[in-house]
Structures are given as C-alpha cells and as structure tokens.
Design a protein around this ligand. Structure first.
Ligand code: NDP
Length: 325
C-alpha cells in the first residue's frame, strides 16, 4: 500500500527532526521509513497555507494520505514584545493556516491529520500538572492570546470534523522543544537556543555570559529527535481525536541553571558566568503530565538531557553560518 505523508512546516525545528528520524532509523523499524511510504516536507515556499488556493494546490500536487501539520506563525515570537503588537496577526494567520489544512484534508479524504498544539495553549490559571483534559478550562496567558486561541480551535475543529464527517483528525501537545535547526536568534528565540547563541558569543568575544533571572525556574524540555519519534508513533499507532501531550516526565524537569551549566560545558566557555537576578523569572514550574503518552506507548526511552543538549550545541557550532540566528 502506498502512503504519502505530507509534513507542513517541514523545514522548521520539528519538521527537520522528523525528516532526520525517518531517514536515519532502520527501514521498517518502529520509527523508520516503511515500504510504500513517501514523505514530503513542505516549506512556505511550496505554498502559503494562509491561502486556500495555495493549500489546495499543495494537496493536489502531493495527494497526501496522511498529514502531520506543524506549520505555524509566532512559534518563536519573543515574550518581551509588546503584547498587543502581533496578537491579531498570530490569531488570524494561524486560524487561516489551520482551517485550510484541515478543510482541504477533509476534501481530499486524507486518512489522518495530526496537528501540533503546544503547552502554551493551556489556561494561565490552572491546576498543575497540565493534562489533556484542561486545554479549554480558562483563558491562556495574555502573551500567547492569539497563538493559543488559534491552536485551541484546532482541537474544536478536530472534534467537529470527526462528529460530522468521521474524519480521523487529532492533535499533539509538545512541551518546550530544542534541537538542530532551532531558531537561535538572540531576541526572538526560546531559552535553550537563545542561551547557546549568547554563550557562543561570550566565548568568541571574551565577554561575560550573563543569564537572565535566578536560574531557579524548572521546565520540561524535549529533544526534537525524540519528539519526532513520538509524532511517528502517533501517525502509525494512535487513532483517537483526543490530544496527547508529548513530553518527558514531570520528574525530568530541569532548572534554567542546569540548562545554563550544560551549555557552558558543551560550548567550552571558561569566562565569567553569572545570573542577573534583577531580571524577572518566569513562572517557577508549569509541569505537564506524560502519563497518557507512556500508558499508550508502553514506555519510551528519552535521550538524556545533557546528551541532547551537547548534540544541539555541536550542531550549532558546526552550522553557525547557516543556522537561523
Ligand atoms: P518553526 O518556526 O521552526 O517552523 C515553522 C514552519 O512552518 C516552517 O517550516 C515554516 O516554513 C512553516 N510556515 C510558517 N508559516 C507558514 C505559512 N504561512 N505557510 C506554510 N508554511 C508556513 O516551528 P517549530 O518546528 O518549532 O514548531 C512546529 C510546531 O510545533 C508548531 O506548530 C509549534 O506551534 C509547535 N510547538 C513548538 C514548540 C517549540 O518549542 N519549538 C513547542 C510546542 C509546540 P518556512 O521555513 O518556509 O518559513
């Protein structure tokens, strides 16, 4: 049987990781390429998914039987930006992208669509740990207003398409992702790629490496290659509309200080290294439960954090000229 798997946002951090895993895991294995599979990793240059006609053309070109929908705008937007500035854009653009991807998948009778949400979609005021039942239980943090609401609507649409047309649409909720091909921009980036770049520059310029905040907050980070395997598992083995949190366990939270220490070691930085405690810390913890995932998969071997971080730093150092900086 031949299957065509279209990965939207195929040129981003997560898309590149899925491509890597599919091409490097043994063929026919749980996460490797299977006979009869064609994988397509689409960038925005292949079609702007905000536009319905361009989305239809993309589907007509590849005729996907399955879709992993990663494309989104605002993924790496800085929380330091003025909150109002991009919210309408992120809301509208992401609503348009998601609506086009899902509706055209329905028109093309795609057998399955897995869309990517994020733990930022959860309510700001919520009882921790986060789990799959709490997505709609209150407004998201104001800094994520547009992005989070657009993503929440994907879950709503998945249920509606299933109820009305029997579509096999579902969603995945990753925690903080890091790995090769991340966005290493110094302003608009997540904590790990931002600190890697900062530490690299401190070493190169012989300047101090200063980390914002106390370093005490705890976070769950997932290595993009592990996340890629979990998407491939969902594609092949999970057939339910309800979302699944894709994350390391709560017991594998690491502090920002542990992150910074690991970066200092991986970069080989020996200069002045300190924490700027005058800068505000984010929330202390936002733990998410991966019980549903592990219960369904029957266990998964996550890459140890330090090993994954070391790999990512090496990738950044070797690809500095072409990395997103
Ligand atoms: P990236 O920002 O690295 O990549 C975004 C991808 O989307 C790129 O391939 C980009 O194409 C594509 N894209 C953006 N706009 C459009 C458009 N209008 N039409 C078509 N394609 C478009 O994102 P990540 O890989 O980090 O994230 C993937 C998914 O995972 C997202 O849905 C995100 O919300 C989710 N997620 C990410 C987390 C993280 O920590 N990174 C955490 C939790 C969830 P091009 O390269 O051409 O611009």
């Amino acid at each position: 049987m031949s299957n065509v798997i279209l990965v939207t946002g195929g040129t981003g951090l997560v898309g590149r990781a899925i491509e890597h895993v599919i091409n490097t895991e043994p063929e026919g294995s749980r996460f490797g390429k299977r006979p009869g599979e064609t994988w397509v990793f689409a960038s925005s240059a292949e079609g702007d998914l905000r536009d319905a006609d361009q989305t239809r053309k993309l589907y007509e070109k590849y005729k996907p039987t399955h879709v992993i929908h990663l494309a989104a705008l605002g993924v790496h937007a800085s929380f330091r930006r003025p909150v109002q500035k991009h919210e309408l854009t992120f809301l509208r653009d992401n609503i348009l992208i998601n609506d086009n991807v899902l509706h055209v998948a329905y028109e093309h009778k795609a057998q399955k669509v897995i869309s990517c949400l994020s733990t930022c979609v959860f309510p700001d005021k919520v009882e921790y740990p986060l789990d799959e039942n709490k997505i709609h239980n209150g407004p998201p943090h104001e800094s994520n207003f547009g992005y989070a609401h657009a993503k929440r609507m994907v879950d709503v649409q998945n249920h509606a398409y299933k109820e009305e047309f029997g579509c096999n649409f579902t969603s995945a909720i990753p925690t903080n992702v890091f790995g090769p091909h991340d966005n290493f921009d110094l302003e608009d980036s997540h904590v790990i790629p931002g600190l890697i770049h900062k530490c690299y520059l401190a070493k190169k310029n012989n300047t101090p490496f200063v980390v914002s905040g106390t370093g005490k907050p705890l976070r769950q980070f997932i290595f993009s290659y592990d996340l890629a395997k979990l998407f491939i598992w969902m594609l092949r083995e999970y057939d339910d509309v309800e979302p699944v949190i894709l994350s390391v366990g709560e017991e594998e939270e690491v502090s920002i200080k542990e992150v910074a220490d690991a970066i200092v070691k991986a970069v080989g930085f020996q200069g002045d290294y300190s924490f700027d405690t005058t800068r505000a810390d984010g929330q202390f913890r936002k733990p998410a439960s991966n019980k549903k995932l592990l219960g369904l998969m029957g266990g998964f071997q996550f890459t140890p954090f330090n090993e994954a971080l070391d790999y990512t730093v090496k990738w950044f150092l070797n690809n500095y000229d072409t990395a997103r900086t």
